[in-house]
Design a protein around this ligand. Structure first.
Ligand SMILES: Cc1cn([C@H]2C[C@H](O)[C@@H](COP(=O)(O)OP(=O)(O)OP(=O)(O)O)O2)c(=O)[nH]c1=O
Length: 195
């Protein structure tokens, strides 16, 4: 069994390493627009599937023992979906919006067999509550640059940890790859992990 991680996210690479598996990393540029006609849980799995398919198309060979793993993470508050901020101003607005109340972080994960014969997918939801943030804290955090490539404009694994009052659910999901869900997909495909 061989595995390809279809992701440019260094966080996803680090998290997948925690499972102790060998894998290669490949990336493909795709339009990351979510399909707003679908419920969000389906739309993020759909986008993860498109990431996996874009990498599948680049493969010179597509053997049945090769699988492609892809994921997509979004932050949701009051029905608003927060992806990655376009600039510092948008990052500040997102953090102001998230300040002092609970929001959801959702990740869709997909495991596609390279020959296209099977595709397993799932999603995870974690509730994260920020403490009330001051305008100064928000400005100073955005000035570090950390928020700019992250959904919801924060990284819980970095300085963003200082914004968080509590979390309920999978921590790794917030960082971009829910590890138990990922293990379950890999097991469905035949990987032996902790078994
Ligand atoms: C909320 C949160 C998000 N993030 C990151 C995880 C994802 O990398 C990113 C959300 O964007 P994604 O579009 O899910 O992923 P990506 O574009 O970084 O990588 P790729 O599509 O190539 O796999 O936000 C954190 O690192 N920490 C956090 O606390």
């Amino acid at each position: 069994m061989k595995l390809v991680l279809a992701s440019a996210s260094p966080r996803r690479q680090q998290l997948l390493k925690l499972l102790g598996l060998d894998f290669q990393v490949l990336t493909a540029d795709i339009d990351e627009t979510l399909d707003s006609a679908q419920p969000l849980a389906s739309a993020i799995q759909d986008l993860a599937r498109r990431k996996a398919r874009a990498v599948q198309e680049q493969l010179p060979e597509r053997p049945a023992d090769l699988y492609i793993l892809a994921a997509d993470t979004v932050v949701v508050l009051e029905g608003q979906i927060l992806g990655k901020p376009a600039n510092a101003r948008e990052a500040e607005a997102m953090l102001q919006f998230l300040s002092g109340r609970p929001h959801q972080v959702m990740t869709g994960v997909v495991l596609l067999r390279a020959d296209g014969e099977s595709c397993y997918s799932d999603y995870a939801v974690t509730e994260v509550t920020f403490r009330p943030l001051t305008a100064n804290e928000i400005r100073a955090y955005v000035a570090t640059g950390e928020p700019l490539d992250k959904a919801g404009a924060y990284g819980i694994q970095g300085l963003g940890s200082l914004l968080v009052d509590r979390i309920n659910g999978c921590y790794y999901n917030v960082v971009g790859l829910p590890l138990v869900k990922t293990m379950q997909l890999l097991r469905q495909a035949g990987w032996r992990i902790l078994s």
